[in-house]
Ligand binder design. Sequence first.
Ligand SMILES: NC(=O)c1ccc[n+]([C@@H]2O[C@H](COP(=O)([O-])OP(=O)(O)OC[C@H]3O[C@@H](n4cnc5c(N)ncnc54)[C@H](OP(=O)(O)O)[C@@H]3O)[C@@H](O)[C@H]2O)c1
Length: 279
Amino acid sequence: MTEGGYGLTTDLGIIGGGVMGEALLSRIVSGRLYDPEKILVSDLSPLRRDTLREQYGVEVTENNADVASSASVVLLAVKPQIFSKVSPSLDVSFQGMGSPPLVLSILAGTSLSTLSLGLGEKVPVVRAMPNTPATVGAGITAIARGVKVSDDQFATARKIFEAVGSVVEVPESLMDGVTGVSGSGPAYVALMVEALADGGVAAGLPREIASQLALQTVLGASQLMAETELHPAILKDRVSSPGGTTIAGVAALEENGFRSAIIQAVQAASQRSQELGTQ
Ligand SMILES: NC(=O)c1ccc[n+]([C@@H]2O[C@H](COP(=O)([O-])OP(=O)(O)OC[C@H]3O[C@@H](n4cnc5c(N)ncnc54)[C@H](OP(=O)(O)O)[C@@H]3O)[C@@H](O)[C@H]2O)c1
């Protein structure tokens, strides 16, 4: 806990109360990780600030420097494009501190070296890549540790992201691959669910029933593999009887390059992440 310029003892500061900032905030509050009165969120939009204060009971401000100067952990959740606008005021606040707060950045494609350059070299930074299922507590976040981060600080980072799902530690060099799989992955799965439902409609099912069947099938198959630790190939073999319906469906998928399409999607997204990081 740090007594700061905001005149409050703030345990956690969040800069940017948008989609991902709110997803993390809602789970942190409902999981009682931090007392809402000890959380300070900054956002430019007065409407967002009012909503977050009313919904979660947190403190709000329009001034990012308030957060930087009062919190012991700062979650940076603005869009990557505006990091260069936000960082100067944070840098100034951190400069005046003996031990600056731990910064957790979820900015896609923004490297630890770019973050250090913008925030000051002495600031301990963890780079993280969560994904949208975080909103319902079923996310997965990859975290990469900056050089100034202590063991205790890294444990804190892990605990915060565990509030919205699972956490894996990776070297920063793997973040583009992570983005291609779990960052962008929810969109591929959404396409899969939509296509599965479309197939059902093509086979004569009413849309509502087809959608329910498709969604629960993806959810159920994932849960089965997760809970039994079954290899995907084993699950596929178990539901494919000789000369049966499933193997006919699998053969059609193979003929149309289903697996290759997904592999290429991950490669394309990883490549794009790398390009965005160097812009
Ligand atoms: N959504 C995802 O699936 C996902 C996954 C992994 C990582 N991320 C990362 O998470 C970060 C946030 O993404 P998001 O989807 O949550 O975006 P978002 O909904 O646009 O949230 C960003 C928030 O920051 C506010 N903001 C803008 N300028 C600000 C400033 N100068 N000071 C304080 N707040 C400011 C925005 O307000 P206005 O709307 O008024 O501009 C908005 O409420 C991004 O860096 C993204 O790469 C997102």
